[in-house]
Design a protein around this ligand. Structure first.
Ligand SMILES: [Mg+2]
Length: 238
């Protein structure tokens, strides 16, 4: 069975052989969930908005200025650190002792003109029963700007950024543990929505329900559900 991208089946119940939930409908699989955790970038807005393109340009320029390297070298380092550490920032901190605070302010100083309010997404998030939080590898102030531009402000009980986990990013399990301890999340009754599949491994291992929000489905045991249409997926849960 292949995932079906049809108008009548916009959310996907991924056909993973080792997945205990694939045969069930989402509603039953989420009936125990009381805390809903959302990533921000490319999860609460579509990747077509390409905000990350702007952030990547800023990151490259920051690397060039801070390390005194040319653009190709900075791009190579940025990609290398992202692959090895989960974020560019972690590589800069670990290998070059870069101060995270000014870096984070600079790279998130981008235009949000391409974002539009999403009334349908707002409606379905509002309907979710329980606590709703945002957890991003960006910063909380940046998340608040993005949420406001998407018309999603005021819907979340808490917003956490990388600064709340001592600048340790997802996918590090210790980062999730820090945030969830801070918030009092019981991972056995929580769900995580993310576009970066790497960032669903620790939540899965901690007992959370995992939802991959992305154009393409990936075949990983740690992904319970996939959707390319978050509002429609959420509409099935409440
Ligand atoms: Mg993301």
């Amino acid at each position: 069975m292949q995932p079906q991208h049809t108008a009548h089946n916009r959310f996907l119940v991924a056909p993973y052989p080792h997945n205990a939930y694939h045969a069930g409908m989402p509603k039953q699989s989420f009936s125990h969930v009381t805390t809903w955790v959302f990533d921000l970038d490319n999860t609460l807005y579509p990747p077509e908005c390409r905000l990350f393109d702007q952030i990547e340009v800023k990151m490259t320029e920051y690397v060039m200025n801070t390390l005194g390297v040319d653009r190709p070298k900075a791009d190579q380092l940025r990609h290398d650190y992202w692959a090895r550490y989960g974020t560019t920032l972690t590589g800069l901190m670990r290998e070059h002792d870069v101060d995270p605070a000014p870096y984070l302010i600079d790279v998130h100083d981008i235009s949000l003109d391409h974002l539009e309010a999403d009334g349908l997404l707002a409606h379905h998030i509002k309907e979710l029963p329980g606590r709703r939080i945002v957890y991003t590898n960006g910063t909380a102030p940046y998340a608040e700007r993005v949420l406001a531009a998407r018309g999603l402000d005021g819907l979340f009980d808490a917003i956490y950024g990388v600064e709340h986990a001592n600048f340790l990013p997802k996918p590090e399990r210790a980062a999730f543990e820090t945030i969830f301890e801070k918030d009092g999340v019981d991972t056995k009754t929580a769900a995580m929505f993310e576009d970066d599949a790497r960032n669903l491994q620790a939540p899965h291992d901690m007992g959370m329900r995992t939802v991959h929000v992305a154009p393409e489905a990936l075949d990983h045991d740690h992904i319970h559900f996939h959707t390319d249409d978050l509002p429609t997926f959420l509409s099935k849960l409440s």
